[in-house]
Design a protein around this ligand. Sequence first.
Ligand code: ARG
Length: 467
Amino acid sequence: MKGKKKGAGTHKLWGGRFSGGPHPALDAVNRSIGVDFRLWPHDVRLSKAWAAALAHAAVLTKHESAQIIRGLDRVAARIADGAKPVATDEDVHTMIDRLLHEEAGMVASRLHTGRSRNDQVATATRLWTMETCAALDVLIIALQHAMIAQATRLERAVMPAYTHLQRAQPVSGAHWMLSHFWPLQRDRERLAAARAHSASLPLGSGAIAGSAFPIARARLAKSLGFSTISQNSIDAVGDRDFIAEVLFTLSLVGAHLSRLAEDLILFGSSEFGFVRYGDSFSTGSSMMPQKRNPDALELARGSSARMLGDLVALLATIKGLPSGYNKDLQEDKRTLFDAADCMTLLLPAVTGSLEALTFDVERMKAAVTSTMMATDLADYLVRKRVTFREAHGAVGQLVREAEERNCELGALPFALFRAAHAKFESDVMSELSPSASLANREIDGGTGPMAVKRQIGAAKATLKRNI
Ligand code: ARG
């Protein structure tokens, strides 16, 4: 212990101008360390870089800077070893400053030269966000891999696609599966953009007007892995756009997971019977012994609401703020961490649920009825130069006929087809097969067997590429 040791109960980053200490009620509401403690590795890192930058600007001697940097390393080691905040540690920055005084002595008091917690917290939060965006991306990729694996298994499976949750047209099972892949790919692009916007360095902005010392900010940015520096100190200390972008992206990932979950929850019901949940991702009921519940999927659907709430809370916090830093901004981390934590739990649970489930391809196929090929019948007539409107009317007549007889289109006698339109010939019956319907849709992005093969290839190639 070097220099004068301050009592652990008295360490403060401010207070000189006040006669007494703050009221306990103020302390309680002001204290953010319960939320921001996790920023400590980033705060240590940026503080070391700041100490180096102060020496580079000749504000600190090389020796002082080295003492501070070594002290910060010891602080990091203590926290990693389990050092806990004390009652007067208002936030993580205060705690690290206190520990640095314990480790390095009075030289620690030189570290805060030319910086403020305003640019400090913005920098630490951005570092955390950059790291977390990268970690979340890895989790999304894992889910995308699980989707490709299931799509490959389902390539030849045929199932109904639904519009308005009514049986619409037959599709390949892989086509359905990959309809959930591409939204996540767009989310990855959004996450990469949010990460890129986080990578702008606020440090050097001071409290609001910029640091009074000649810090080489571009150099500092580079040393911390930022790609650029902020251009306006007032903006830099109050800018939380990067958090809003992450929260929007996570809300959208949440919405996408929720839609996948909803499909799988429906498909797992006895009424559909398309999927069976794996044992390791099913829960039972305390009362009904037969139950096999998809809780992880239901929680994916449920907790996406919370992430949306986080986004709304942050936007509402920012909306009415005057420029510069305002203490309201302390709330930003609550929303950011909550949404990121939520997603960090959800993604592996959804990935696991998807990997563990099995598809009943017979049930999927059995759900495809010949009436779902009504559009194919109309297309058949169009190929014979009938207008689509007229063809739609003729097929509509057949559908009504089938409904009256309580049968599917394929069970109607050929004579009725002929009666509905003279251009129907005996080969029309083959149009009513799902495989013919699929084969007609080799268009890029369609559900034809070759198109789906290309799509699976495109999905794999996408994951090999870096965004
Ligand atoms: N704990 C604060 C936060 O998260 C740090 C910044 C405090 N700045 C200040 N001027 N009181 O926003």
